[in-house]
Design a protein around this ligand. Structure first.
Ligand code: TXA
Ligand code: MG
Length: 333
């Protein structure tokens, strides 16, 4: 059993000592360590069984800390993004300072930074007095944790779990980078492309071409997978057998005689509400002995629907292709 509680002072003390602390953010739980301590950061990879090519996000508690992690001069567009969305679910990738160890960025010259808006997280980071490097607090490739219980189920070798209830967004942050006058979205998330475009009129906002090269494992084609087959459908399938579950983000008519378990993530079709419950429901279905396979009905890829479908396609990919444990597609011929 891992030690858990609500003591931010204790948590920040552990961070300063180079220990591992799982903590809540408004998106998902993170697995944190002192972001300036390479050895502490290495322990994150061990605990998560994460391949070392995967760079981490540094979590800060005030914009004043930015110059310790981003190389000067910091681009005005980066500053505008930070001022607009922080604290909040936006991660910004920019050129790193020498102070940021290579293990945080997997050798990249850039580092990902965000200021979470969860009060418990902000308090802990502030008390620690260092940026906290943290990926999501799950085993690599598995479902992201949105409750303290999810963390306990997956991680047994951490030093402390700082509890903060269920996370409110339930979906990882949007990751962006700035190229000249363009904002490039590396991973869709809580802040949608439409919103960025609206808030930055005249600026070019583009989705990164996923397959360009693997910049981020969030960009691997298989990720966030439940350990059961998950199939995506355009509409509710005609046959809904026993020992299956149908996952709906918005209401749909259900055919008569359906034997599957039906899980509706938002009775009003509110996709933000559905996104907040998505990972928690997938965790439940993964553990449900009555469910052998999961069907899900697609949502429109716009607004938060883009982030939902990004996660669902990755969760389903494993079952339409041969994918190894690192999320890579294998050639089976
Ligand atoms: O909401 C979130 O972002 C959560 C909470 C805990 O903050 N964190 C999270 O971390 O989702 P993680 O490690 O699961 O995903 C971070 C993503 C990874 O896919 C990583 O590759 C990418 O950020 N990333 C980190 N540094 C990068 C860089 N320099 N360039 C491109 N991508 C980067
Ligand atoms: Mg993750």
């Amino acid at each position: 059993m891992i030690k858990s509680g609500k003591d931010t002072i204790f948590a920040s003390k552990l961070i300063k000592e180079g220990k591992l602390v799982a903590f809540p953010t408004e998106t998902v739980y993170g697995l944190g360590a002192n972001g300036f301590d390479a050895k502490a950061v290495a322990r994150i990879f061990e605990a998560k069984k994460r391949p070392s090519f995967d760079p981490l996000i540094l979590h800060i508690s005030s914009i004043e800390e930015l110059p310790t992690v981003f190389k000067k001069p910091i681009s005005p567009m980066i500053m505008q993004l930070a001022e607009k969305y922080w604290p909040g679910p936006l991660t910004i990738v920019g050129p790193k300072t020498a102070k940021v160890p290579d293990i945080v960025t997997s050798g990249l010259k850039t580092v990902a930074v965000r200021m979470p808006r969860n009060k418990v997280a902000l308090k802990m980071i502030k008390q620690a007095g260092v940026p906290v490097a943290a990926p999501s607090a799950n085993l690599f490739g598995r479902l992201s944790p949105t409750t303290p219980e999810h963390v306990k189920e997956q991680l047994s070798t951490i030093d402390y779990l700082l509890e903060g209830g269920k996370t409110d967004i339930g979906l990882e942050s949007t990751i962006v980078t700035v190229n000249g006058k363009t904002i490039e979205i590396l991973r869709p998330g809580g802040i949608s492309m439409d919103q960025l475009q609206q808030d930055f009129p005249g600026v070019n906002v583009v989705m990164s071409a996923t397959e360009k090269h693997i910049q981020a494992p969030g960009q691997l084609r298989s990720h966030y997978s439940p350990r059961k087959p998950l199939y995506l459908h355009d509409s509710v399938p005609d046959k809904l057998p026993e020992y299956a579950a149908l996952l709906l983000f918005e209401p749909h008519p259900i055919p008569e005689g359906a034997k599957s378990k039906i899980v509706l993530l938002s009775s009003t079709g509110d996709l933000t509400e559905a996104a907040a419950n998505m990972f928690a429901v997938l965790h439940d279905l993964e553990d449900d002995p009555e469910v052998e396979q999961i069907y899900a009905v697609r949502v429109k890829e716009e607004g938060i629907g883009m982030a939902i479908m990004d996660r669902m396609k990755k969760a389903a990919y494993r079952y339409s292709h041969f994918v190894d444990d690192q999320g890579m597609v294998r050639d089976e011929s």
